[in-house]
Design a protein around this ligand. Sequence first.
Ligand SMILES: NC(=O)c1ccc[n+]([C@@H]2O[C@H](COP(=O)([O-])OP(=O)(O)OC[C@H]3O[C@@H](n4cnc5c(N)ncnc54)[C@H](OP(=O)(O)O)[C@@H]3O)[C@@H](O)[C@H]2O)c1
Length: 267
Amino acid sequence: MRIVVVGVGNLGSAIVRSLMRSYAPKDIVLVERASDDRDALSAQHGCHVVSELSEGLRVVAGDLLILSVKPQDAAVACAQLAPFVSPDAIVLSVMAGVRIDTLAAILNTKRIVRAMPNLGASIEESATGYYYGGDTLTPSDVEHVEYLISHLGKRWRVEREELIDAITAVAGSGPAYLCWLGEQIERVAIEFGISPEDAHALVLQTFRGTALYLEQSGQTFSELRRRVTSPQGTTDAAISVLSERSADVVVREAVGAACKRARELGS
Ligand SMILES: NC(=O)c1ccc[n+]([C@@H]2O[C@H](COP(=O)([O-])OP(=O)(O)OC[C@H]3O[C@@H](n4cnc5c(N)ncnc54)[C@H](OP(=O)(O)O)[C@@H]3O)[C@@H](O)[C@H]2O)c1
């Protein structure tokens, strides 16, 4: 199977880094418009890098086309690609919001999977949700797609396409929420007099230790939080402020806004 990646930006290059661990460079083709970036990508990965698809480079049966351009660029990019994409090829779109119907109409194929990875993909630690219509792919196509998605990290198949927008809001944007929280705690740590380097390392190790502990213990977020929150203790003092200020409502509104935006990008 040949894999053609269109849109080698933040997420596209994270995906390529992961794929390079499991696929031979000869099986991967990158489509990159900027000539300087083409040279750099070619030197970095040793795979074929082109400026565009052409009659000499069509995406055909057995190939998998990954679309990772910005949603705003999707229509133009797909219109450019369409003459060179066979209806037998499999298309894997990681673009937020852009619906399968929209892609199918431009690319003239129904063999489309939508996936929503996150930046963890660059170290094979993505949380990826994916969706495909029931009768559009053969079992062997599904095996190919799931094999590829598995190389990005952990995966969850959803039964309804609109749930991809929810996964976009939760996991696609999720690393940014955690980084935002990290920034806030780090800033307070520095105000307390901890050096910036130590503040960063302390917060990072706290995230890491918490995630690993949760994974290994099987506890829920709520269980672990209750365990480390003694009544009238220090953590309780912090959680009380968060509750009094209705931080849960703010989080719901924030993630809800991301989901709404994903739907808007699709239209
Ligand atoms: N970043 C994330 O964490 C994340 C997470 C989940 C999903 N996504 C989705 O992933 C997609 C890409 O996001 P990103 O953050 O990686 O964006 P990005 O860094 O802007 O990358 C997009 C890339 O696509 C290229 N491109 C645009 N039109 C093209 C065309 N017609 N042919 C070839 N290349 C083209 C751009 O090239 P130029 O620089 O030349 O314009 C750029 O290199 C988006 O749809 C987003 O919704 C991103």
